[in-house]
Design a protein around this ligand. Structure first.
Ligand code: HPA
Length: 245
């Protein structure tokens, strides 16, 4: 079963017919909210709002362990994360849709593994390719089927937030090889791997990253909202096509 984790600007999936909302208790505490089981254009999927349905949970306060555990416990095997990002690479301009292929973790202080605590054996997972190749391929096909240009590949830098970055921090991320920056990509991707969930991120470029393009002197939060509002119908169509495939 496919799950979609909606991020900023997508705490609901337009025209999702919800058949059941299910609160799942986990050994890791409370997830961000209930899981919404439903149908999109007639095809089953589970929708989940990463920041809560009222968008009240900040990126560093999201209980990523509980969220992913709840999805796994509900029978989900593939997760598409919708993630808004700032564009660093020149072609990643506001409104672009990108399928990252790599990630660098700059977050701190977030619980980033299920394998901790007394009596829990230490397990190392391979994370060379952080995103599922099969799910990425399905997303590319779904986007092509909708006539949407989904840019294939890019390095996602996961920052702590909730503040946006300084221009010098973006310069550093670029020197590190990052193409886009967001706040929720980690530890979500790593936890999905630990649970053997297929995982891919569909990134929506909401703004030029700090110091770039029209964010040369400031990032406009109003513009971010406007871009996300204008882009989410396209994301929804790709998700619907994916659920149908
Ligand atoms: N930085 C970090 N996260 C973001 C940004 C950004 O510029 N835009 C949307 N999410």
């Amino acid at each position: 079963m496919l799950a979609v984790i909606g991020g900023s600007g997508l705490s609901q999936l337009a025209s999702l017919e919800v058949t059941e909302r299910k609160a799942v208790a986990t050994p890791y505490g409370e997830p961000s909210g209930p899981l919404s089981f439903g149908r999109l254009d007639g095809h089953a999927l589970v929708f989940f709002a990463r920041h809560g349905y009222g968008h009240t949970i900040a990126p560093h306060e999201v209980n990523y362990c509980a969220n992913l555990w709840a999805l796994k416990a509900a029978g989900v095997d593939a997760v598409v994360s919708i993630a808004s990002v700032g564009g660093i690479r020149r072609d990643l301009t506001p409104g672009a849709l990108v399928l990252p292929h790599q990630i660098i973790d700059y977050t701190w202080g977030r619980r980033a593994t299920f394998f901790e605590g007394t009596g829990v054996p230490v397990i190392h997972v391979d994370f060379t390719e952080p995103y599922s190749a099969a799910l990425r391929a399905r997303l590319l096909r779904a986007a092509a089927g909708c006539g949407e240009d989904l840019i294939d590949g890019g390095v996602y830098a996961a920052t702590q937030g909730p503040r946006l970055e300084t221009a010098a921090e973006i310069d550093r991320l670029e020197r590190d090889g990052a193409d886009m920056v967001g706040m929720t990509g980690m530890p979500e991707a790593a936890l999905a791997r630990e649970l053997e969930l297929e995982y891919a991120a569909l990134a929506v470029v909401a703004n030029h990253a700090a110091g770039r393009g029209d964010s040369a002197h400031a990032v406009s939060l109003e513009r971010i909202e406007a871009v996300l509002g204008a882009t989410m119908a396209r994301v929804r169509d790709i998700v619907a096509r994916l659920a149908a495939a």
